[in-house]
Each structure stands twice: as C-alpha cells, then as structure tokens.
Unconditional design. Structure first.
Lengths: 163, 503
C-alpha cells in the first residue's frame, strides 16, 4: 500500500553541493526511523516517471539544491505549470506536476519544494561548508513540515495540514 | 565525407549567432553560426564541454569502487557505465568469461537500461518536435504539450521508462546507482518475486513498443522528403555486433561499414580498439574527434548509436524487431539511410528488440540461481566495450599492484558522434538558415538535428535555475547587438546587452 507521505530529493552526490537533495533525504530518514507513513526516495535527477511516485500520496516534500534561492533555503508551495524545462535528464517540479495532471487526469497531491542554496557544483568536490550549513538550517524546517503533515494525515482528509 | 562550413575562409566581418546552451540535451552544448551581411551561413560549429576531469576523478581509486563510481557520470545511462567498467575490470580479476548467470543478469540490466533511455528520448524529448513541428508554438513544444494533446503517447512513454527502471532495480538493486555488477560477476540474483512482477507486464510493454515503432515509421511515411533529407550526411558507421553478425548491445566484436554499406572491417576484438580508433583534438572544441585510423582524420569519422547499429548488423535476433528492421532497410532501397531523423526510427526498433530480449531473459532460470562470480589470473589492465543507448562506449583502465587505478580512458558515445553532429548542424544550417532572418523556430531546427543523436554532453548539474538557452547577436567587431534568453521554464526575454567573450 502506498504510504501517504513522500520525501523526494535529487542530485548528484559527486558534484559538490548538488548532493544537498539526497543528503537531506538521508538525514530525514535517519531522524525518523519509525516511519510507516513516509516513503523516502532519492534520485539523481527529477524525471518524468516520478509522476508515478507521486500518485496516491497525501503530501509530498521535494528537495533540491538551488543556485537561485536566497541562503540558507527557500520553500515554495508548488503549482502545476506547463513550462519547457525538460532536458534529456531532468524537468522542473512545476512541469512534473503539470504532467501528473495530464496523465492522471486529476490534480497532483499538495507538493512543497525545499530549495537549499548551493554554491559549488564541481565534479568530484565534496559539498561546500556553506551548503552544509544551509542544509543544517533547512533540516528543522523539514522535520517540522513532516510533523505537521503526519498530523494532518492522521487527522483525516479534511485537515489542511502541512502545506 | 569531407566537411565544409567548419571554418570560414574570412571570419572577420561576419555576424555571430550562438545557441548557448542547446536545450533538451544533457549538459552544456553551444552552437555558433557565423553569418555574412546577406545572412549567408559561413561557419557552423557545435562546441561541447565533455566529461572533463572524470578520468582524473577515477585515477587513484581502488578498482573495485569504479563500477559504482562511474555511474555518477550520467543520470540517464548509469547502467551503461556500470557495466562497461565491470566488463573492463572483469579482465583485471581474470574473470573472462564471467559465469552464465552473471552474464544473463547483466544483459537483462543492460537491455532494461537501453529500453528506458530510448523510451524517454523518443516519447518525451523528441516527440514534441516530431508531433507538433519543429517551428510550432514554443510553449506547446514540450512534454506537457504532448501529455495534453496525446496523453496516450505520453503515458506509454512514462510506463515504458518505469518498466525499464524496474528491470534495473531488480538486477542492480536500485533504480539508479545500483551495485549489482562487480568486477568478476554479479553480487545478487533476480528474486522470484521481482521476476513475477516484471513478467506480468512484459506483453503490454512489447505491444507498446510495437506502437512506438509504428509512430516512428508513420512519421517517415507521412513526410519522406523531410525525414530522409533533414540533417543528412554520408558517413561510415561503427558498432559492436555479435560474432555471427546479429545486433548485439552487451558484448561483441567491432564492425564498421562505409557510407555505401560495404564492410570496412569486421570481427575486430574490442580489446584492440586503440588499433582501430584515434582521437583528434581541435582548438575550438573541448570534445575530441575520433576517427578510424585506417582512413585518417579527414575521411575516417563515423557515426555510432541506433542508426549505425541497426544498419551495421546482418539481422536482429528477435522476430518482431527483425521484421521492423527489414522494413527499415527496404525504405533505403538498397542504400543505407543517412538522415539524422532516421535515428528515431532505428531507436524504436531497438526499443522493441530490447523488450523481446527482456521477455526471453525473464523466462531463463539462470537469472534466479547459479554461480555469480568468476576469478582468474590477475592482470594490470582491462578494456570494456558496450553499446550504450547513444552508441559505443569504451572504458579502459590500468590498475597497479596496490589495486589503485593508475590510468583511465573513456570514449563515450557522444564523442564518437561529435563530427556527425557537427555535420548534421551544418546540413540544417545550409538548408534552413542560409539567407533567412533567424527565428526561434528556425534555430530549433538546429537543435532538432542535435537531439536526434540524443547527446549526453556532460554530467552537468541540474540545480534549479540552470539550463537556460541564450542567443547572442554580435556585430563584426564583436559588440553585442542583442541578447535573448530562454529560461529553464521555456519563456523568452530580452537581456541587457553585455560584453561577450570570443568564439
């Protein structure tokens, strides 16, 4: 049975701060060992087939490194958008939700993006100290989001819960 | 086979147009076009930032880490790198051949990988251009537009890719960056539960793969003038084939044909690739230009990938795909197809073949049980060659007595196709851009030609806010006249003119 909550982070662990998404998922997974209501997924890139991972969820938290957000992190309640972001290896979270809408003929579950500021994306480099500090700053927010989302799911479908 | 438009005779005074980076391909590619005052194309170059530094990243690491590490080269074909490295390092541990069970599980993993990569490329990257037109409305020309207009096609693409990834998960342990293949063999069998899960969907996937070939075939039939001519150039073709001439993606001998389809060489051992292929460095591109040593740099360049493989082999060893190959060959009326868009058709024939192979391997009891590891006399180096989704992939390692990698050389599929992609871009520029006012739609023609090769230009990061396309117009003195940027979200906006570096 599909678990109601999904945390999906993506990035290349061999390219410096691009590892922030998977690292965040790893830290959250370790912090929440009792988690029969949460799935944790990490992937190399956000891709179109992730619409299938979103299906049947009550809430989704997406995590990625970002060069565009203000440090240490920004959060965004995502809306589906028909953009042209798909490359051979990735697409935007907004486009993913739009594809979800078209493929499943229904609205996607509420999805929140946690964008953690990254600085350096060099091949073979470890995450920068600044990026790791941004991750540390973002973890309490993510844990809080999960706490609210779990409570909302437990309270039933009418609860607004974590958004 | 000779090239022109690579270097303008008198570059002074020409206007420069840059497509930077090329969109819907992986990594950072840039096309520069030099135009004279009459908008006539004088020079066209595709510049690419390759996997710079990855070899150095590998050197100094223990050899047994390498099959896992090299998967970080690429998010779309990590399995190809995983297996090419494993095959090379099999030789280091003296495991040649590896056991039948290990070989079959690796083959299953590899054909799953090629299948899902081909599905992604055709259904989600190229179908917007092919279904809506190269210069159709920009905001519609993407996967979201396909999902809205052709939800059945978009859904099949997603489901095929998902199935391929499940094959990878069942064999490698994870959907991405699995650890299943190791130097000397495999570290796990396929579970009976996973096999049952996959078998349940196999026939549906084969049917959808047949539909995909049908779409590609229909597109050619509906507009043969476009599909046969677009980005066409005569070239040699190189690939692995099975010893009996069959299409083979996991392990085989190297074969090359000339532009007329005649054999240049056949049955060459992959361990002797350095006797066959040399790479040329040109000052204007980071990516090398491989060529057949016997023909020299000027005449020896070649193409790899689905178009080369489907035409290099004598037959495809699965009935449905072989039937489709025959139709493909008949389309050429005795001559090889050289149009760049024929890659899509060939790619879908391979997709169908992969599904047939997967179906057969899932029925094989050796994937569930049997010896997984082989060992033999330790060696100082090894070469692994595999047919990745985009073409021939070569991994070459030397390993010291301390088990650390002392030298690493990778020739990836996109590098093999470097000259071909440049020629395709020149062909399109000559045919569509010459003497015309440039528009986004016309420039997309250039990108369509590049995307036909499905290039993986680098393992660029994909952090949010990256991957814009920027078009810069400069006057003869190099001053920026105009800059237009296509954002990651696909929108266009004019930027303030700024100084621009040279070519």
């Amino acid at each position: 049975m599909t678990r109601p909550l999904l945390v999906l982070g993506w990035g290349n662990r061999s390219r410096g701060d691009d590892a922030l998404g998977p690292l965040c998922v790893e830290r959250l997974r370790d912090a929440l060992p009792q988690r029969d209501d949460i799935d944790f997924l990490d992937d190399y890139q956000l891709m179109v087939e992730h619409v299938l991972d979103l299906h049947g969820r009550a809430r989704v938290l997406l995590v990625d490194a970002s060069l565009g957000c203000a440090p240490p992190f920004e959060t965004l309640q995502l809306r589906a958008a028909a953009d042209g972001s798909l490359s051979s290896h990735a697409l935007s979270p907004q486009a993913l939700l739009q594809v979800y809408r078209e493929l499943h003929d229904e609205e996607p579950p509420p999805c929140t993006l946690l964008a953690i500021r990254g600085e350096r994306f060099d091949l073979g480099a470890p995450p920068s100290p600044a990026a790791l500090a941004h991750l540390e700053a973002g973890l309490p927010w993510a844990l809080g989001w999960l706490q609210r989302a779990r409570a909302a799911v437990a309270a039933g479908p009418l609860s607004a819960g974590a958004r | 086979m000779t090239t022109n438009l690579e270097t303008a005779a008198q570059p002074q005074g020409l206007r420069r147009v840059a497509i930077d980076p090329v969109s819907r391909v992986e990594g950072h590619g840039k096309v520069t076009i030099l135009l004279d005052a009459q908008q006539r194309v004088q020079q066209v170059r595709l510049h690419i930032v390759e996997f710079r530094g990855f070899e150095k990243f590998i050197e100094g690491r223990p050899y047994w880490e390498v099959p896992v590490m090299v998967q970080r080269l690429c998010g779309i074909c990590p399995v190809s790198h995983h297996l090419a490295a494993s095959k090379a390092l099999d030789r280091v541990v003296g495991a040649d051949p590896v056991t039948p069970s290990a070989t079959k599980i690796r083959r299953l993993m590899h054909y799953g990988q090629v299948m899902q990569s081909h599905a992604l490329h055709f259904f989600h990257l190229s179908s917007p251009d092919l279904l809506f037109g190269f210069d159709s409305e920009l905001n519609r020309r993407n996967i979201v537009g396909v999902a809205a207009a052709h939800p059945d096609i978009a859904k099949k693409g997603v489901m095929l890719r998902k199935f391929g990834q499940e094959v990878i998960r069942a064999t490698a342990g994870k959907r991405v960056h699995g650890t299943g293949s190791v130097p000397g063999g495999m570290n796990k069998h396929v579970s009976a539960a996973d096999r049952e899960l996959l078998l349940r969907e196999v026939q549906q996937m084969i049917a959808w793969s047949q539909d995909a070939v049908g779409i590609a075939k229909t597109l050619h039939a509906q507009n043969p003038a476009l599909y046969d001519r677009f980005g066409a150039m005569r070239s040699h073709m190189l690939s692995l084939v099975r010893a009996d001439g069959a299409l083979e993606l996991y392990d085989g001998v190297i074969r090359a044909r000339d532009a007329d389809g005649a054999l240049l060489f056949d049955g060459a051992s992959d361990q002797g690739y350095l006797d066959l292929i040399e790479e040329e460095v040109r000052p204007w591109s980071y990516m090398k230009f491989p060529f057949l040593k016997s023909l020299g740099a000027q005449h020896g360049w070649y193409r790899v990938g689905p178009l080369a493989r489907v035409q290099n082999c004598d037959f495809i060893p699965s009935p449905l795909a072989e039937g489709e190959r025959r139709e493909f060959v008949d389309w050429g009326r005795g001559q090889p197809l050289h149009g760049s868009l024929a890659y899509h058709w060939a790619r879908m024939i391979e997709l169908l073949h992969c599904m047939e192979v997967i179906a057969g391997l899932l029925e094989d009891p050796d994937i569930l049980a049997g010896e997984l590891m082989a060992r033999g006399e330790r060696r100082r180096g090894g070469i692994g060659v595999i047919e990745a989704p985009r073409g021939t992939l070569i991994h070459h390692y030397e390993v010291g007595d301390d088990d650390l990698v002392t030298r690493c050389n990778l020739i990836v599929s996109t590098t093999h196709n470097n000259q071909a992609m440049n020629e395709a871009v020149r062909s399109v520029a000559r045919e569509y851009l010459d003497g015309r006012e440039l528009t986004e739609g016309l420039l997309n023609h250039v990108e369509v030609a590049i995307r036909a090769y499905d290039p993986c230009l680098s393992c660029a990061t994909h952090a949010l806010g990256r991957m814009p396309l920027e078009l810069t117009l400069l006057d003869a003195a190099g001053a920026v006249l105009d800059r237009v940027q296509k954002s990651a979200a696909g929108g266009f906006r004019h930027l303030e003119p700024a100084s621009e570096a040279g070519p």
